[in-house]
Structure formats: structure tokens, C-alpha cells
Write a protein that binds this ligand. Structure first.
Ligand code: PEP
Length: 290
């Protein structure tokens, strides 16, 4: 009941796109972290997807490195196309920007044409790997079971996995948001222990907000982030819930990042379009919570 009232108030007061009436019946807890965001280091990660040519990628990496140097309290990463991992690693040398890949296969080696292993990614200096991005789910058919195998392999390699979860527009509109997050977290993290959770970052990315220019309002994003953090309390522990970094993703830009980052359970952003130009990604790295 409380949830419905809160949701109605938030939706009524929102200015950004705010589809649906309810995030879902799994709304068991609106408890947020006992720690404030100030005690977790925010992570701003760019997801370059299938964009840029090599000279542009190198120039952008250098610009990101310079921007990151001005924000000592923020972790920064770029998840780049495979062919650019080596040259971007070189461009980032000496900077604090973490190199990331956008996917990995779960097998170690062998006859898997076009696949890239976690060992390969590590050998070229990657620190982060995305798993379960909605475009991998929708375009390439990655199932929750596939994503779980990738998550476990990324962790076993000693890398940090950014596990993406989030609901479709229809799922939000039918009140299934929390159930979708529950299902994707439960399946994606199967076999992941509390100790292994130090190698997991969660990116909550409502699919209707990715690449559409439709950002969730800070209130709507915070509501689901609080649910996800409460999910970790229920399924792991308060300690794990307090420590886990939960990024928001979905049309984050210089104009909305400060309000999003003021939310207590939003610990950073996974950024697609706005990570492709330093004029857009620089202010995201240099966010100032409102
Ligand atoms: C993404 O690629 O994860 C993403 C959130 O993209 P965009 O910022 O363009 O919505």
C-alpha cells in the first residue's frame, strides 16, 4: 500500500518519461543502504558499443583519462570494442581509467569462432567486463543462463563484472519491474558467493530508457535502486548490500546526471551515447550531486 502511494506521488511529480503505475508486486522493501553513497566510490563507465574508428577511440580515451584525473573521488571506466582494447590500454596508461570489454564468452579456449575469452581480455589489461547488457539479450539472444555462465567466468578470471539488469517498457507498464530485476539478479548471480560479490557491479538499466533519450526520473530510478539494494539484503547480507555499486543506465547525460547522482542508492552510471564525446562524458565524470 505504502509502495503504491509513494509510486503515485513520484509519477505525478515527474518531468522525465515515467511509464507505468507500479514497479511490481515484489516491492517487499523500500529500505535503502545503511551506508550513504559517499561511502561507496561512484563508478562512471562509458559503453562505446559498436562506435568510433581507431583514431577517434584513442583520442577519446586520452580525453577521458584527462577528465578522470580531475575527479579523484570517482572511479571511471570505458568499455570499448574488442579491436580497440590494446590501443586504448596504451592511451590510458598511467591514468586511473579502467579498461573494460562489452562481453566475453564463458569457455576458456577452443573452437569458438569469433568468441573472445576472459583470459584474452585480462591479458590485454581489461579490468571490467559487461554481462547481460540489454542489447546482448535482445539482439544476440543471451539468456539468463548464458549470462550467469559469463558472470562466473569473468569472476573466476579475477575481473570485475558489470551485470546489467532492467525491465522492458511493457514490463514496467504491467508492474513487473521488481519481478524482472529479481529474476535477472537471481539467475545472473547463481553461484556467486558473498566474497565474489566484491567483483560485481550492478547496472540497473530500464530498457525503455536506453538510447531513447527517455531517462527515468531520479525518483523512479531511486525506487528501483532501493529495491535492488534490498534484494541484496534479503539474498546476501546488509554488508554486501551496503558495499555493492549499483549504477543507473539509460540516457544519462550532462543535464540529468547531477540529479540522478543525488539519489542515495545510485552509485554511478553506465553511459552509452553520452560517453562517445568528451564534452558529454566529461561533465558526467565531474558530476556534482544536486
Ligand atoms: C547503455 O548502453 O548501457 C546505455 C545506457 O546507453 P545510453 O546511455 O545511450 O542510453
Amino acid at each position: 500500500m505504502l509502495y503504491v502511494v509513494v509510486s503515485a506521488l513520484l509519477l505525478g511529480g515527474s518531468s522525465a518519461y515515467a511509464p507505468g503505475v507500479s514497479a511490481g508486486r515484489a516491492a517487499v522493501s523500500m529500505r535503502s543502504s545503511a551506508l550513504s553513497m559517499a561511502e561507496r566510490t561512484p563508478l562512471m563507465a562509458g559503453n562505446w558499443k559498436m562506435n568510433l574508428l581507431l583514431p577517434e577511440a584513442i583520442a577519446l580515451a586520452k580525453d577521458v583519462a584527462a577528465a578522470a584525473a580531475k575527479s579523484p573521488k570517482v572511479d571511471v571506466a570505458v568499455c570499448v570494442p574488442y579491436p580497440y582494447l590494446v590501443p586504448v590500454a596504451e592511451a590510458l596508461k598511467g591514468s586511473k581509467v579502467g579498461l573494460g570489454a562489452q562481453d566475453a564468452f564463458w569457455e576458456t579456449a577452443g573452437a569458438y569462432t569469433a568468441a573472445v575469452s576472459t583470459g584474452m581480455l585480462k591479458s590485454v589489461g581489461s579490468k571490467y567486463v559487461l554481462a547481460g547488457h540489454s542489447e546482448r539479450r535482445a539482439v544476440f539472444g543471451d539468456s539468463d543462463a548464458d549470462i550467469n555462465k559469463k558472470v562466473l567466468k569473468i569472476i573466476a578470471e579475477g575481473l570485475t563484472c558489470i551485470l546489467c539488469v532492467g525491465e522492458l517498457k511493457e514490463e514496467r507498464e504491467s508492474g513487473e519491474t521488481f519481478n524482472v530485476c529479481d529474476k535477472q539478479l537471481t539467475a545472473g548471480l547463481k553461484g556467486v558467493s558473498a566474497e565474489m560479490m566484491t567483483q560485481i557491479v550492478i547496472a540497473y538499466e530500464p530498457v525503455w530508457a536506453i538510447g531513447t533519450g527517455l531517462t527515468a526520473t531520479p525518483e523512479i530510478a531511486q525506487e528501483t535502486h532501493a529495491y535492488i539494494r534490498s534484494w541484496f539484503v534479503e539474498n546476501y547480507s546488509q554488508k554486501v548490500a551496503d558495499a555493492v555499486i549499483i549504477q543507473y543506465g539509460g540516457s544519462v547525460n550532462a543535464g540529468n546526471v547531477d540529479k540522478l547522482m543525488a539519489c542515495p542508492d545510485i552509485d554511478g552510471a553506465l553511459v552509452g551515447g553520452a560517453s562517445l564525446k568528451i564534452d558529454a562524458f566529461g561533465p558526467i565524470i565531474a558530476f556534482k550531486p544536486l
